[in-house]
Design a protein around this ligand. Structure first.
Ligand SMILES: [Zn+2]
Length: 341
């Protein structure tokens, strides 16, 4: 059988304007109660439909039921005070008002399992679900209980693992933990970041992935990237640790990034989700541009380990741009697949 490059998305897709204000992170919902619940699931159907029509191989829910990939998870937990919020600086880049942890953190009930079951009904093909990683979660809350980033990360890892097991039982084929914080706190990643990630993924009977990016295409991240110099070698310290870990897939940012492609060779044996779509601009990649990035990746990883992916979530983009980028991703992968047959 001919080997083919598969395609998937990093996570979020834009929401319809009737569900949440477009092109905005943390956009408030436009509806409430039962109408909101139905609208979220309708939006998920559309997000799945866009991916299926484009020809994406591994389908996500586009995170249509969540306001934000981290805060929505945190809002479901016990031990957290949402009223008396504090402003903190996130990954040294921007200020955000975050909830305060005042007691032992607990997971009261499954959070995304109903969403995963719904997603499972929308396609017979493989499906993927994203969760925040432990280190990225601790970065989006003010800790007034554990007073230790590491202890809190372990506590979140246990909770994430419970959720992930429920998602896998609902028929999810790939669970991805999002860890943009891995690109910032290198000593913590080495000392306990990868270990807590593995704890979150412990005993899962589905594929496990980690997404490490340079952030959504928002102003603060674009400015940060400009400060990183000609070559972005952040992955260089993290990838060898992940290569040794139990995590099976690594999603990284490549299109229009200054990441040297040879860093992929540090991920020997892992599936590499190659970011071939820039989420920080409105230009639609040509199939050739997508194929070029994937071709570069093929120098450093076996083709069966390469997936074409987006650099990051596309929630801040206009919907029609994101849909066109999905189509470009598949067209690029197909171009390459034709060359390989
Ligand atoms: Zn990302």
């Amino acid at each position: 059988m001919t080997k083919k490059i598969k395609t998937t998305i990093a996570g979020s897709l834009p929401k319809p304007a009737w569900l949440a204000e477009p092109e905005k992170l943390w956009a408030p919902w436009q509806l409430q109660g039962e109408a909101l619940a139905q609208a979220k699931h309708d939006a998920m159907r559309l997000a799945v439909d866009d991916q299926l029509k484009a020809g994406i191989t591994i389908i996500g829910d586009g995170e249509q039921t969540r306001q934000h990939f981290v805060t929505t998870f945190i809002e479901s937990l016990g031990g957290v005070d949402f009223v008396n919020r504090k402003t903190i600086r996130i990954r040294n880049r921007y200020d955000a008002s975050v909830p305060v942890l005042v007691d032992k953190v607990v997971r009261g009930k499954p959070l995304f399992v109903e969403d995963a079951k719904k997603l499972r009904t929308l396609t017979k093909g493989p499906i993927k679900f994203t969760l925040p990683g432990p280190m990225t979660m601790i970065d989006t809350i003010y800790d007034d209980y554990y007073h230790s980033r590491e202890k809190l990360a372990w506590a979140f890892a246990e909770i994430l693992n419970e959720e992930a097991k429920d998602l896998a039982a609902a028929g999810v084929d790939v669970i991805q933990f999002d860890e943009p914080a891995f690109n910032v706190f290198f000593d913590d990643v080495r000392d306990w970041g990868v270990k807590t990630l593995e704890r979150a993924a412990l005993g899962l009977n589905c594929k496990t992935a980690v997404h490490i990016c340079y952030g959504y295409g928002i102003e603060a991240n674009i400015k940060w990237k400009e400060s990183l110099g000609q070559e972005w070698r952040q992955y260089e310290s993290v990838f060898p640790l992940l290569a040794q870990s139990s995590i099976q897939q690594v999603s990284l940012e490549c299109q229009n990034s200054r990441v040297p492609m040879e860093l992929i060779s540090l991920l020997k044996g892992k599936d590499v989700l190659v970011g071939a779509i820039d989420v920080a601009n409105h230009q639609i990649e040509t199939p050739e541009q997508v194929a070029n990035v994937l071709r570069q990746a093929m120098k450093y990883a076996d083709i069966e380990h390469i997936h074409g992916c987006t650099n990051c979530g596309m929630v801040p983009l206009p919907r029609e741009i994101a849909t066109a980028k999905l189509q470009a991703l598949v067209a690029g992968a197909e171009l390459l697949n034709k060359e390989l047959t």
